[in-house]
Design a protein around this ligand. Structure first.
Ligand code: 13P
Length: 255
Protein backbone atom coordinates (compact mmCIF):
# COMPACT_ATOMS: atom_id res chain seq x y z
CA UNK A 1 0.00 0.00 0.00
CA UNK A 2 1.36 3.41 -0.91
CA UNK A 3 -0.26 5.37 1.89
CA UNK A 4 1.87 6.85 4.63
CA UNK A 5 1.22 5.54 8.13
CA UNK A 6 0.98 8.49 10.48
CA UNK A 7 0.78 8.88 14.24
CA UNK A 8 0.23 12.42 15.47
CA UNK A 9 0.13 13.49 19.10
CA UNK A 10 -2.33 16.26 19.88
CA UNK A 11 -1.14 17.62 23.21
CA UNK A 12 -4.13 20.00 23.42
CA UNK A 13 -3.68 22.60 26.21
CA UNK A 14 -1.15 20.53 28.15
CA UNK A 15 2.58 21.07 28.80
CA UNK A 16 4.27 24.44 29.23
CA UNK A 17 7.49 25.17 27.33
CA UNK A 18 9.79 23.41 29.74
CA UNK A 19 7.53 20.38 29.99
CA UNK A 20 7.12 20.26 26.21
CA UNK A 21 10.87 20.11 25.72
CA UNK A 22 11.23 17.40 28.35
CA UNK A 23 8.53 15.24 26.70
CA UNK A 24 10.04 15.85 23.27
CA UNK A 25 13.46 14.77 24.48
CA UNK A 26 11.97 11.63 25.95
CA UNK A 27 10.07 10.77 22.77
CA UNK A 28 13.11 11.53 20.61
CA UNK A 29 15.16 9.08 22.68
CA UNK A 30 12.60 6.31 22.29
CA UNK A 31 11.97 6.46 18.53
CA UNK A 32 13.83 3.56 16.98
CA UNK A 33 14.53 2.62 13.38
CA UNK A 34 11.46 0.37 13.17
CA UNK A 35 9.24 3.41 13.71
CA UNK A 36 11.39 5.83 11.69
CA UNK A 37 11.24 3.67 8.60
CA UNK A 38 7.53 3.00 8.65
CA UNK A 39 5.64 5.74 10.44
CA UNK A 40 5.50 9.50 10.12
CA UNK A 41 5.49 10.87 13.66
CA UNK A 42 4.10 14.35 14.30
CA UNK A 43 4.00 16.20 17.63
CA UNK A 44 1.39 18.95 17.99
CA UNK A 45 2.10 20.90 21.20
CA UNK A 46 0.70 24.24 22.31
CA UNK A 47 1.97 26.83 19.83
CA UNK A 48 4.42 28.47 22.24
CA UNK A 49 6.54 25.31 22.16
CA UNK A 50 6.70 24.80 18.40
CA UNK A 51 9.89 26.69 17.56
CA UNK A 52 11.97 25.30 20.43
CA UNK A 53 10.74 21.79 19.81
CA UNK A 54 11.62 22.06 16.16
CA UNK A 55 15.20 22.95 17.09
CA UNK A 56 15.34 19.99 19.45
CA UNK A 57 14.11 17.67 16.70
CA UNK A 58 16.42 18.88 13.96
CA UNK A 59 18.15 15.96 12.28
CA UNK A 60 15.41 13.51 13.37
CA UNK A 61 12.45 12.25 11.37
CA UNK A 62 9.91 13.67 13.84
CA UNK A 63 7.72 16.52 12.60
CA UNK A 64 5.89 19.24 14.48
CA UNK A 65 2.44 20.67 13.91
CA UNK A 66 0.16 23.36 15.32
CA UNK A 67 -3.32 22.67 16.71
CA UNK A 68 -5.02 25.53 14.91
CA UNK A 69 -4.35 28.58 12.75
CA UNK A 70 -6.25 31.52 11.28
CA UNK A 71 -7.08 31.88 7.60
CA UNK A 72 -5.74 35.42 7.15
CA UNK A 73 -2.06 36.02 6.43
CA UNK A 74 -1.83 38.75 9.06
CA UNK A 75 -3.91 41.50 10.62
CA UNK A 76 -5.78 42.74 13.64
CA UNK A 77 -6.84 39.37 15.06
CA UNK A 78 -5.70 39.48 18.66
CA UNK A 79 -4.66 36.12 19.99
CA UNK A 80 -4.63 34.37 16.63
CA UNK A 81 -1.84 32.63 14.76
CA UNK A 82 -1.36 33.07 11.01
CA UNK A 83 -0.45 30.00 8.94
CA UNK A 84 2.81 31.64 7.81
CA UNK A 85 3.73 32.09 11.47
CA UNK A 86 3.15 28.41 12.12
CA UNK A 87 5.30 27.59 9.13
CA UNK A 88 8.08 29.90 10.34
CA UNK A 89 8.55 27.77 13.48
CA UNK A 90 9.58 24.83 11.30
CA UNK A 91 6.21 23.12 11.71
CA UNK A 92 5.07 21.02 8.77
CA UNK A 93 1.48 20.35 9.82
CA UNK A 94 -1.57 21.96 11.37
CA UNK A 95 -4.66 20.35 12.87
CA UNK A 96 -7.83 22.00 11.57
CA UNK A 97 -11.42 21.28 12.52
CA UNK A 98 -10.85 19.47 15.80
CA UNK A 99 -14.22 18.91 17.48
CA UNK A 100 -13.07 20.97 20.48
CA UNK A 101 -12.50 23.94 18.16
CA UNK A 102 -15.86 23.38 16.47
CA UNK A 103 -17.66 22.99 19.78
CA UNK A 104 -15.99 25.49 22.16
CA UNK A 105 -14.80 28.13 19.70
CA UNK A 106 -17.67 28.11 17.26
CA UNK A 107 -15.66 27.13 14.20
CA UNK A 108 -17.99 26.52 11.28
CA UNK A 109 -17.47 24.46 8.13
CA UNK A 110 -17.03 27.72 6.25
CA UNK A 111 -14.31 29.02 8.54
CA UNK A 112 -12.59 25.65 8.43
CA UNK A 113 -12.62 25.56 4.63
CA UNK A 114 -10.86 28.94 4.63
CA UNK A 115 -8.33 27.78 7.20
CA UNK A 116 -7.55 24.63 5.23
CA UNK A 117 -7.02 26.53 1.98
CA UNK A 118 -4.83 29.14 3.60
CA UNK A 119 -2.70 26.63 5.53
CA UNK A 120 -2.04 24.66 2.35
CA UNK A 121 -1.18 27.85 0.46
CA UNK A 122 1.49 28.44 3.08
CA UNK A 123 2.97 25.00 2.54
CA UNK A 124 1.51 23.28 5.58
CA UNK A 125 -0.05 19.83 5.57
CA UNK A 126 -3.48 19.72 7.16
CA UNK A 127 -4.75 17.14 9.63
CA UNK A 128 -8.46 17.71 9.08
CA UNK A 129 -10.76 16.34 11.77
CA UNK A 130 -14.32 15.13 11.34
CA UNK A 131 -16.60 13.14 13.61
CA UNK A 132 -20.10 12.82 14.99
CA UNK A 133 -21.46 13.49 18.49
CA UNK A 134 -23.07 10.81 20.64
CA UNK A 135 -26.50 12.19 19.76
CA UNK A 136 -25.72 11.96 16.05
CA UNK A 137 -24.40 8.42 16.47
CA UNK A 138 -27.56 7.41 18.30
CA UNK A 139 -30.01 9.03 15.94
CA UNK A 140 -28.07 7.54 13.02
CA UNK A 141 -27.39 10.81 11.24
CA UNK A 142 -23.64 10.32 11.47
CA UNK A 143 -23.02 9.50 7.82
CA UNK A 144 -24.74 12.70 6.81
CA UNK A 145 -22.83 14.71 9.42
CA UNK A 146 -19.45 13.37 8.36
CA UNK A 147 -20.22 13.80 4.68
CA UNK A 148 -21.14 17.44 5.24
CA UNK A 149 -17.96 18.09 7.24
CA UNK A 150 -15.83 16.54 4.50
CA UNK A 151 -17.62 18.21 1.59
CA UNK A 152 -17.73 21.69 3.08
CA UNK A 153 -14.33 21.62 4.71
CA UNK A 154 -12.28 19.97 1.98
CA UNK A 155 -13.95 19.70 -1.39
CA UNK A 156 -13.24 23.31 -2.33
CA UNK A 157 -9.63 22.22 -2.82
CA UNK A 158 -8.23 21.30 -6.21
CA UNK A 159 -6.47 17.95 -6.60
CA UNK A 160 -3.02 19.32 -5.97
CA UNK A 161 -4.13 21.11 -2.81
CA UNK A 162 -5.93 18.00 -1.62
CA UNK A 163 -2.67 16.04 -1.70
CA UNK A 164 -1.67 18.04 1.42
CA UNK A 165 -4.66 16.74 3.38
CA UNK A 166 -4.71 13.98 5.97
CA UNK A 167 -8.19 13.19 7.31
CA UNK A 168 -8.72 12.26 10.96
CA UNK A 169 -11.96 10.56 11.97
CA UNK A 170 -12.57 11.36 15.62
CA UNK A 171 -16.02 10.42 16.95
CA UNK A 172 -16.69 13.07 19.61
CA UNK A 173 -18.12 10.50 22.02
CA UNK A 174 -14.80 8.62 21.97
CA UNK A 175 -12.55 11.59 22.74
CA UNK A 176 -11.09 11.51 26.23
CA UNK A 177 -13.87 9.20 27.42
CA UNK A 178 -12.10 5.85 27.31
CA UNK A 179 -14.76 4.70 24.83
CA UNK A 180 -13.33 3.69 21.47
CA UNK A 181 -15.14 2.95 18.27
CA UNK A 182 -14.75 -0.75 17.57
CA UNK A 183 -12.19 -1.43 14.83
CA UNK A 184 -15.07 -2.55 12.59
CA UNK A 185 -17.17 0.56 13.20
CA UNK A 186 -14.18 2.83 12.65
CA UNK A 187 -13.24 0.92 9.48
CA UNK A 188 -16.77 1.42 8.13
CA UNK A 189 -16.50 5.18 8.49
CA UNK A 190 -12.96 5.32 7.12
CA UNK A 191 -14.09 3.36 4.10
CA UNK A 192 -17.04 5.72 3.68
CA UNK A 193 -14.72 8.74 3.79
CA UNK A 194 -12.37 7.17 1.26
CA UNK A 195 -15.33 6.53 -1.05
CA UNK A 196 -16.42 10.16 -0.80
CA UNK A 197 -12.90 11.21 -1.83
CA UNK A 198 -12.84 8.69 -4.68
CA UNK A 199 -16.21 9.91 -5.99
CA UNK A 200 -15.30 13.57 -5.78
CA UNK A 201 -11.63 13.46 -6.89
CA UNK A 202 -10.67 10.04 -8.16
CA UNK A 203 -9.90 6.54 -6.84
CA UNK A 204 -6.14 7.06 -7.01
CA UNK A 205 -6.27 10.18 -4.86
CA UNK A 206 -8.52 8.36 -2.40
CA UNK A 207 -6.08 5.45 -2.25
CA UNK A 208 -3.23 7.81 -1.46
CA UNK A 209 -5.00 9.78 1.27
CA UNK A 210 -4.09 8.82 4.83
CA UNK A 211 -7.12 8.59 7.10
CA UNK A 212 -6.35 8.50 10.83
CA UNK A 213 -8.53 7.38 13.70
CA UNK A 214 -8.70 9.39 16.93
CA UNK A 215 -10.56 8.86 20.20
CA UNK A 216 -9.12 7.03 23.21
CA UNK A 217 -6.40 5.26 21.24
CA UNK A 218 -4.12 3.51 23.73
CA UNK A 219 -1.26 1.02 23.46
CA UNK A 220 -3.69 -1.84 24.12
CA UNK A 221 -6.20 -1.04 21.36
CA UNK A 222 -3.96 0.59 18.74
CA UNK A 223 -2.93 -2.61 17.02
CA UNK A 224 -6.48 -3.82 16.34
CA UNK A 225 -7.54 -0.41 15.05
CA UNK A 226 -4.49 0.01 12.80
CA UNK A 227 -4.92 -3.48 11.40
CA UNK A 228 -8.05 -2.35 9.54
CA UNK A 229 -7.58 -1.74 5.83
CA UNK A 230 -8.62 1.90 5.76
CA UNK A 231 -7.14 3.04 9.08
CA UNK A 232 -3.74 4.54 8.39
CA UNK A 233 -2.68 5.57 11.86
CA UNK A 234 -3.96 7.71 14.68
CA UNK A 235 -4.44 11.16 16.15
CA UNK A 236 -3.68 10.67 19.82
CA UNK A 237 -4.72 12.83 22.75
CA UNK A 238 -4.19 11.61 26.31
CA UNK A 239 -1.80 8.78 25.47
CA UNK A 240 0.43 11.20 23.53
CA UNK A 241 1.37 12.86 26.83
CA UNK A 242 3.18 9.74 28.00
CA UNK A 243 6.29 9.05 25.95
CA UNK A 244 6.22 5.29 26.36
CA UNK A 245 2.54 4.94 25.53
CA UNK A 246 2.95 7.19 22.52
CA UNK A 247 5.88 5.17 21.22
CA UNK A 248 3.97 1.92 21.70
CA UNK A 249 1.19 3.36 19.55
CA UNK A 250 3.73 4.43 16.91
CA UNK A 251 5.12 0.91 16.88
CA UNK A 252 1.61 -0.52 16.44
CA UNK A 253 1.17 1.66 13.35
CA UNK A 254 4.37 0.33 11.84
CA UNK A 255 3.67 -3.32 12.65
P1 13P B 1 -7.98 11.15 23.34
O1 13P B 1 -6.93 10.25 22.72
O2 13P B 1 -7.53 11.72 24.65
O3 13P B 1 -9.31 10.52 23.38
O4 13P B 1 -8.11 12.43 22.36
C1 13P B 1 -8.29 12.24 21.01
C2 13P B 1 -8.15 13.54 20.31
O5 13P B 1 -9.00 14.41 20.48
C3 13P B 1 -6.98 13.77 19.46
O6 13P B 1 -7.12 14.90 18.70
Amino acid sequence: MSRTKIVAGNWKMHKNLEESLALTTEIRGLVRDEVKAKVEVILCPPAISLASMHRLLEGTSIHTGAQNCHWEDQGAFTGELAPGMVKSTGATHVIIGHSERRQYFGETDDMLANKVKSAIRHGLKVLFCVGESLQQREDKTFYKVIEKQIREGLFGLDRKEFSSVVVAYEPVWAIGTGLTASPEDAQEIHHFIRRLIADFYNPEIAENTSILYGGSVKPDNAKQLFAMGDIDGGLIGGAALKARDFIEICKAAGA
